[in-house]
Design a protein around this ligand. Structure first.
Ligand code: NAD
Length: 259
């Protein structure tokens, strides 16, 4: 993997950060991304670079903005000479009944969790085709396969990205490129922490009850998935062993979607 370059969108936290670290540990050049541009953001990239003796750059780009999404790919190609691996990971959540769902939250979730992948993928595919090799991984969700109440925008975006994954896979299949989705169950990241208060309100439950009866109730193992387990799945999907895995999803959900 030494000379390959990977972009991981939304990678200053949670799953994206774990994937960026795992890719750097495999010797890849990595672009860490988020919408902000703070010293802390750049320090995250520097820390990963120092730990793994690989090139890691922080590039600011707002994944709610299509122009920024495409510019992220162009800037990466300019800096590293290629974009071999694209992980569309940036995502946000909002929990509310559909009739109370704020339209601006709907728009933001569709833009960040779905449309960003369209823009980055559209910009990256020509570079991958030219190189004759590429990997696109979309971080979908168990909510890309099944629904839960109060998450209309998120479930719509995640179902959408599973469909997008299949379509792109068919289009690039003869070009040495694969496109797959990872569908995690509940992973205890800041995104999940942040929705616990909303779930408490929506279900009229305390924190422990939400974790046990709403979140882990769906996960037959009764354990949160770890960010490292998602990162290991992504690392496998970019390996040569996974070259014939295309247009599908890998569920890492403790059995949630088997029911
Ligand atoms: P997180 O909140 O820990 O991290 C999200 C990252 O995205 C952060 O780095 C944040 O800065 C970035 N981000 C947010 N808005 C952005 C924007 N407009 N532009 C660029 N970056 C932006 O969340 P996470 O739990 O690690 O989630 C990562 C992905 O995994 C999301 O797509 C999420 O839907 C998906 N997922 C998470 C879980 C879970 O249980 N945590 C389960 C299934 C799927």
């Amino acid at each position: 993997m030494t000379s390959r370059t990977a972009i991981v969108t939304g990678s200053t936290s949670g799953i994206g950060l774990a994937i960026a670290k795992a890719f750097a540990a495999s010797g890849m050049n990595v672009v860490v991304n988020s919408f902000s541009d703070t010293a802390q953001d750049h320090a995250i990239a520097e820390t990963i670079a120092n730990e793994h003796s690989t090139e890691v750059a922080y590039l600011q780009a707002d994944m709610s903005n299509g122009v920024d999404c495409r510019a992220l790919v162009a800037k990466t190609a300019e800096k590293f000479g290629s974009v071999d691996i694209l992980v569309n990971n940036a995502g946000i959540q909002h929990v509310a009944p559909v009739e109370e769902f704020p339209p601006e939250k709907w728009d933001a979730i569709i833009a960040i969790n779905l449309s960003s992948a369209f823009h980055t993928t559209a910009a990256a595919i020509p570079l991958m085709k030219k190189a004759g090799w590429g990997r696109v991984i979309n971080i979908a969700s168990a909510h890309g396969l099944v629904a839960s109440p109060f998450k209309s925008a998120y479930v719509s975006a995640k179902h959408g990205i599973v469909g997008f994954t299949k379509t792109v896979a068919l289009e690039v299949a003869t070009a040495g490129i694969t496109c797959n989705a990872i569908c995690p169950g509940y992973v205890l990241t800041p995104l999940v922490e942040a929705q616990i208060p909303d779930q408490m309100k929506a279900h009229d439950m305390d924190r422990e009850t939400v974790i046990r009866d709403v979140m882990l109730d769906k996960q037959p193992t009764k354990k949160f998935v770890t960010v490292e387990q998602i990162a290991a799945t992504a690392t496998f999907l970019v390996s040569d062993a996974a070259a014939q895995i295309n247009g599908t999803h890998v569920s890492v959900d403790g059995g949630w979607t088997a029911a």
